[in-house]
Design a protein around this ligand. Sequence first.
Ligand SMILES: [Zn+2]
Length: 216
Amino acid sequence: MFKKTNLILLGGPGAGKGTLSAMMEEAAPFFHISTGDLLRAEVKAGTELGKQAKALMDSGKLVPDEIVAAMVKDALKKDEKKYGMLLDGYPRTVNQALLLEEALTELGRPLDAVVYFQADDDFLLRRLTSRIMCRKCNRIYNRFNMAPKVDGLCDDCGGEIYQRDDDSEASARNRLKVFHEQTQPLIDFYKNKGLLIEIPCGERDQVFAEVVKALN
Ligand SMILES: [Zn+2]
């Protein structure tokens, strides 16, 4: 299915990275790595790294990048499918990227590409703020392409339509700001290494087709 299989996925909030990642996993036996899941598993299994991480989290501290990189490395060592990896939501900073690079070099499994689902802020804002709901029956609508027939009133129950704070424009703008501040250095980092592949966001099947083409 894919020629390039050791991958990082990047994309802003609303870019549809989660959906695309799920489609890729369905198409090929990728090893999907979520650092949140890894952390929870190591803590539960009581490994040395897990114990260190738990002690830090219990005292309200962040788990250092070195520990997370070591967990990713351990997980990859145990990967029996040996097809490829999808790193989604990690690394988030250049320091994490450097530690990951070191770990992957030691494993002899360098990155093949970093797929960046690119979209301008207007596109992402529109997606992030499109959801509105009925206060009474919780039915979900889309302001742009699935709005209630009567403005402000639920088709099913006549309840009041509202927008959750999480879906508000202020909240969306804030998420975008954080994304740009955090991720732009990472995008530049991978661009300089010649690993970055930019795929424009859009309709999911079309985006997926672009991904298949770009990774072959
Ligand atoms: Zn309703």
